[in-house]
Every structure is written in structure tokens, then in C-alpha cells.
Design a protein around this ligand. Sequence first.
Ligand code: GLU
Length: 356
Amino acid sequence: MKTPNRIAPLVALTFAALLATPAAWALPKIKVLATGGTIAGAQASQADAGYKSGSFSVEDLIKAVPQLKDLAELSGEQIANIGSQTMNHEVWLKLATRCNELLGQNDVEGIVVTHGTDTMEETAYFLSLVVKSDKPLVLVGSMRPATAISADGPINLYNGVALAANPEAKGRGPLVVLNDTIHYARESQKMHTTRMDTFHSPNRGIAGMMNTGKAFFYSQNTTRHTTKSEFSVAGFTTNDLPRVEIVYSHVNLGGETIDFLASQGVKGIVLAGVGDGNSTDAVLAALERAVKKGVAVVRSSRVGSGVVDRNVEVNDDKLGFLAGMELNPQKARILLMLGLTKTPEVKQLQQYFLEY
Ligand code: GLU
């Protein structure tokens, strides 16, 4: 007697059900928004230490990593093609607007932004405050140009696309991925001029690790960002962003630069102070004069990590200063700029530095 085959119909049924469910076979739709940087850079020759950022287009970048087609259905847009040392508010507004538009579409599951590493942490933090979506948004770059020996761009892009397509990356705010490491936008910081392990998250630690496209998250992002951020640049032009400048402290610094900035009508000054956000008596006196003229002053630190808290060595209450808390000067500039679009009140501005 023939034994009835009970397995075959089950296999056939499961296979038919899988085929009938588009989600089971459709790859996630991911957009690559390219802005330039070394990842798109070319050298004159392979042994050349010099190179030009932004030499390749977004299509070139995608084509250079054929394995990407197994991860996602990709399409690219060129937002800019610049070295990120020339990143500017105009490109930021264009990028933020495009991220909001695309992430608002049902057919886009995530975005990868390719970007130079010099100012990547600033763009990532800006986007974390003004993009209104919990879908994955990942920034990738490279330390070696596309034409270099052992270029790191292809693996970084591969990891970036894999992460943007990963539901685990949702709700974490923009992520920075380089050198197999995932950083939260607010924590990320470029800390070496040339090495591939240049990005660190010195205060709260890294978000996780990548292993050839596989993500391992180690921590949660507990600060306010994206859908929980109250800041928006919808409808903004660059004139809507108040001018905030950074002054770098050092031995023997005088107050002239600060007096000059205040006379030019800047709305905010961030002190990249020594140690715990401190400076010379002349600088503190000039900052006090600036506050009296209506300039918002934030004390941050040039040391690269740690917290600048209120009223430790400097009497912020008396002088009318804000403490930058965990933000480095370049990120404190961004939060102060966006904060000033909402209020000039010191108490409320300080609250932003505690929450974002
Ligand atoms: N200046 C370049 C840039 O930021 C070099 C740094 C890089 O991309 O790695 O675009």
C-alpha cells in the first residue's frame, strides 16, 4: 500500500501563501539622497593622498555596490555634490524638506544620506530635530575616496542601506554609520582627521554595531528627536534661521571678537570654552555685555566630551548664560539656532538643552 504524502501539499500551500503576500518577497524601498563628500570623491591616482570630494554621482555610488540590490529596491537623488566642509543652511533646508516629503510617502521605507564626514554629525543632529518621521534615516560617508586602495565607502553604503531597510532602526532618530559602528546623531562626533574609526559617541556610547549588513543595537536613544521634537523648518528660507556663531577659547583670549559679533547683530554665541565651558575674565565680561544686548550665550566646551552644567565655575544665573550640557559647540549652535526660532527666553532655551 502506498503511504499518503502529507508533507507535499503543506509545502505547496505555504509556498503559494508566501507568493500571494507581497511583503514576503518585495524588498523594502529605500531612497539614497546624495550630498557629496569623500564617499563620492576621486583621486588623481591611487597613491595620491589628495582627492576631490563629490566627484561621483548618486547613480555611480549605487552601481559600485551590486550587492545592494539584494537588500532593497533603491533609487537615488542628488541633493548636492559638495565636500561637507561647505555644507550650508540652504542644503540643510533642501535635505530636511526632501526627507520629510519622502518619509511621508507610503512607498518609502527608509532613507540613506551620503555625506562628507567633516560635518556629518552636524547634519545628522539638525535632521534629528526637524525630520518628522520614525522611519529609518541613516547617514553614511567614508574616510577614503572611492578610488583609494581599500576604499571604505562600499561597505559603509552597504551597511547604511541594510540599516535603513531594518525595522529595528525605526524610532531611533537619524543614525550615523561608518566603520561597522552605529551612532545616534546627537552622540556622534568625528574625532580623527584620517582614520576609518574616526566617529565616536564619547558621552553616552555607541548605538550598536554592524556586521556585513546585520545590525546589533546596544542602547536606546532616550533624548527628544524627530516625531517628539517641537522644532520645524517647514516653509523656512535661510533667513528664518537666526545667526549663531561659535567663539573658541584659549589662553589670553580677549573679548574683542565677542563685542564685534554682538555689534553685527548675531542672535546667539556659543563659547567653545576651556574645560567646563570656561574662559578668560575678558571673555566672560564680553559675553555678559552681549547678553545685555539681547544675545543668547551658551557655554559649551572645546574638550570633546563631558557635560557643561549650570553654575559650576561660572555663575550662569547671575550672568544670564545657558549651559550647553552634553552638546559639543557645533551641536549647541544648531540647538540654539532652532531654539531661537521659538523663544528668546533663557529658561525655555535652557530647557531645550536638557531635553534634546
Ligand atoms: N572634506 C571632506 C568632506 O567632509 C572630507 C571628509 C570626508 O568626507 O570624509 O566632505
